[in-house]
Every structure is written in structure tokens, then in C-alpha cells.
Design a protein around this ligand. Sequence first.
Ligand SMILES: Cc1ncc(COP(=O)(O)O)c(C=O)c1O
Length: 403
Amino acid sequence: MTTQDVIAQYDRYVMNTYVRSPLVLVKGKGSRVWDLDGHEYLDLFPGWGVSGIGHCHPWVMKALRGQSTKLIHVSNNYYHVLQWRLAKTLIDMSFDGKAFFANSGAEVVEAAIKLGRRWGRTGGSPRYEIVVMDQSFHGRTMGALSATGQVKYQEGFEPLLPGFTCVPFNDLEAVRRAVTPKTVAILLEPLQGEGGVQVASESFLRGIRQLADQHRLLVIYDEIQTGMGRTGKLFAYQHSGVEPDIMVLAKTLGGGFPIGAMVAKRHVADALTPGTHASTFGGNPLACACALAVFEVIEKQRLLERVLHLGDVLLERLTAFRARCPLVREVRGRGFMIGIELSIDGQPIVDACRARRLLINCTQGNVLRLLPAMTITRAQLDRALAILEEVLMQHAAQGGATA
Ligand SMILES: Cc1ncc(COP(=O)(O)O)c(C=O)c1O
């Protein structure tokens, strides 16, 4: 079977909801993936950020194989030992509370919206409004989509879920103005990913926390992309130390296996009682075993230190490159979550990198996004940057069209 054959079968049988590159992947290991023809690629955007500890990490594979021979699924009408272990690990590593498990990012955003609304019915008249941020991204289900601050994803799916007020990111006064007697929560990514790799300022996070405490609001952090070490701390909010009341996680959490988690402070979590929320697959033994293996890898392989150190190297090198390359407007991000804003459309750069066997992403039309695996070697990172810089310099020399 050739790449063209596979694409033809997709065209015939798979719904056309994604913009796909003509690449059929068959194998992955660490930061490398292989296509149908045996070509090897360096992957600096592994699985949309899911393979944060690299493709097929041996410890995750071991957990997956071991657990799959014992018990794959248990209905949440019963107990199993891995779900509480994972919940405890999450709580030990973040803040005192309780966890709920689902299978994806959007699902735990939904769970957070529902929890916020339930909690908003405690102590006084019901509150349900949530302040959200421009350029945010929270997922494609109707609640998560309604919370997303990007009209392009919402068009054609109206009417949206009511109760979301969108304000500019990093604008505390705008958040303050948006709070009404019906507001129950403020939802944000501590570092926006899909929105163009935009870092929330520490003063913004502190201001939001104060505002929330003043008005008895919940702070909800969407750490689906930033969580599990991507920014050099286990959770991105830990850079500022400003705690949320609810945090949602997915992507890297399962090391490639689908899992989403919501962690909420104890008094908030208790607003959900038996029968009020559920997920058939959520927190099954296989998913929990994988997630526990991911925590072990991050700790024992000291990946946070690696990301902090190599992230600085990456940012410094790209910032120096910016001075040489007229196409680069800005380099920003934290740890292994880097955005390179270009003055041209980013897609031709992504395509040219792929032709050179390097996989990267572009968001918002002109922001190249790098989310390397935390296990990437220094040599792989250097090689990837060399390719990227060369491709950008070539486009600059050809007088790349301005975005
Ligand atoms: C910050 C953020 N929230 C939510 C989501 C949605 O996650 P999922 O695609 O697993 O539903 C994403 C996905 O990219 C994300 O980056």
C-alpha cells in the first residue's frame, strides 16, 4: 500500500474534518517517527502534544502491556486500585482536592463547566456565567466550544451554550468589568497554546486570583496542553504559585493513551454528588496505569530539570536567530512550548520542514509551534533547529511573502 492509496481510502471512508499532511505514520520511538516508506522524521510536535514523554516510552509500554493482561475496563460502579492511586498522585503533586477522570481534554473542560455551575448553586442565588479569554482554546464539544474565544471554530454551530463572556487575555481590568452577580468562574490557559503561544503574565494570574477571592469565584486553569511538565514545572501555574480551584489535564497525562483529568479543591469537588456526572470509560485501569507510568518517568528521569534547562537553550538560540532572520517577528513561550511568530504565512515553512524530515506545527496562520518531547536528546534538538533555521533563511532569501 502506498501513501496515495491510504489517502484515497481516507477520502472514501473517513470524515473530512482535519487538514492533514500527506504522511502515513507507522512507527514511533522517542522523538522519531517513520512513514510507510521507511523514512525517518524528527517529531517536534508529537501527537499534538500528547506524546510529551516521546512516542512509545518503554515504561508506558510496560504498564500498558502488564495491565492489559489483567484488567482493561471496570465500570465506575465498582472500585479498582489504580484510579485512587492516580488521583492521589495528581493531588500530591498539585493542591489538596479530588479528581474526576474522563478520556479527553474537551470532556474534562465540560466536567469543569458542569462542576462550576453546580458549585454556583451553593450559597445564594444560582450563578453560572464564566469569564473566558480571547484566543483561548478549550475543545470541540458544545460546552468547550462555547468557552473557546475564537469565532472561527464556533461558526455554523450556533446557538452556543449561553453564559460565557469573552475578554482580552492578560487584561485584568476587562476581567473585572466582565464579572456580574451571575459570574461563577474565570477559565483560562496559563499559557495559551493554540491561540498562538501566549504566556499569561504573573500579575494577571495574581489579579485574577484576588478578584476571584473577592467575589467568591472559581479560578479554572485549562492545563490540557501546558500540564505534565511541558513548561518545565509539572503544571504551568506552579511557575507563579497562583493556585486554581479547578484544573483540567489531558494530552501528555496518558503518555499516548487517552485520558483526561479534572482536579478540584475539596469544597468545590463535593458539589458533584453520585449521579450528577459520569464517564463510562473514564479512569479505567489501562488509562490509569499509563498515567501513573508517565508520572514515574517524569520524576525518575528528572524531565522537569531537562525541560527547564533545554527550554532556556531553545529560547536563547531562537531569540539569537531572530536577530539574523527578517521573517521572525517574535519568539515566545516557556520550557518546551515555543511559538515563533513569523511575518509570513507559516504553512510553507511547515511543509518545507516536513520535506526535510522535520515535523512542526503552525497555529494562527503565522505562529510556528514547537512542542518537543521532554525526552528529546540535545543532538536531536540541535538538528531540528538547524533544519528549521535553514528553511527559514532560505525563505527569507527568496523574499517570503509577508503575512
Ligand atoms: C488548552 C486545550 N484545551 C482543550 C483541548 C481539547 O482537548 P481534546 O482535543 O483532547 O478534546 C486542547 C486541545 O488541543 C487544548 O490545547
